[in-house]
Design a protein around this ligand. Structure first.
Ligand code: AP5
Ligand code: MG
Length: 200
């Protein structure tokens, strides 16, 4: 049977990471988060140096070629191939979306879930995360950077979600509600998109 291959789209603070963890556990797939990979102390940004770090902290996208190489390497690893994945933070540009077709061939994404959460709600969630993390908080969670990340997301979202919609792979899910409620909505959408019967 085909292993699940799911993409989670949505603005900063939409709950992609929170929901991806839960989906990974439920479906037994690997949570692949580009943000986590970049922020890992031994990860890409540490290797690339100060320019990449400055982009990350300022809420700017890193170059497509860097991101595509990073994701290509991760998706080719044995655990992802065997178990499938939920992709969080990628693709963010058309070039990244196109690269998925190439990287996965002859397989494909089963569904792209677009989490819809209004800006005032995501701003409140991100400042809550910053308070909870204290001195370990992300520099890109400072209010003015979050506003910039939100504006950037507004520009990119139509292109990337349009790319999935054209391929009949886009499902929009309301991301407002309790974490459990949102998980339930996403799981219904994923179950409907996966081939063959699956467990609850
Ligand atoms: P990335 O790490 O992907 O960040 P993001 O998209 O801005 O999203 P966040 O991680 O901030 O939010 P989230 O949606 O995961 O929400 P979370 O679950 O944490 O990217 C960071 C940076 O890396 C980019 O700006 C860019 O520089 C670079 N980058 C990454 N990928 C790239 C790419 N492909 N190309 C180029 N550059 C790239 O939830 C947020 C908070 O809300 C948490 O505190 C959580 O507990 C809470 N919460 C979640 N759900 C709920 C709920 N239902 N109710 C109440 N609270 C909730
Ligand atoms: Mg995240």
């Amino acid at each position: 049977m085909a292993v699940p291959r799911v993409v989670l789209l949505g603005p900063p603070g939409a709950g992609k990471g929170t929901q991806a963890e839960r989906l990974a556990e439920h479906y037994g797939v690997v949570h692949v988060s580009t943000g986590d990979m970049l922020r890992d102390p031994a990860g890409t940004v540490a290797r690339l140096g100060s320019e990449a770090r400055a982009s990350l902290d300022a809420g700017q996208l890193l170059p497509d070629e860097v991101m595509i190489d990073l994701v290509a390497e991760r998706l080719a690893r044995e655990d992802v191939v065997r178990r499938g994945f939920v992709l969080d933070g990628f693709p963010r540009t058309l070039a990244q979306a196109e690269s998925l077709t190439r990287l996965l061939a002859p397989d494909r994404i089963h569904v792209a879930i677009q989490l819809q959460v209004p800006s005032d709600v995501v701003l409140a969630r991100v400042s809550g995360r910053r308070l909870a993390a204290g001195s370990a908080s992300r520099l890109d969670d400072l209010d003015e950077v979050v506003v910039r990340r939100l504006a950037r997301h507004e520009e990119e979202v139509g292109r990337v979600s349009g790319w999935f919609a054209e391929r009949d792979l886009l499902v929009t899910v309301d991301g407002v509600g309790t974490v459990d409620e949102v998980t339930g909505r996403i799981r219904s959408a994923v179950d409907a998109a996966l081939p063959g019967p699956r467990g609850s």
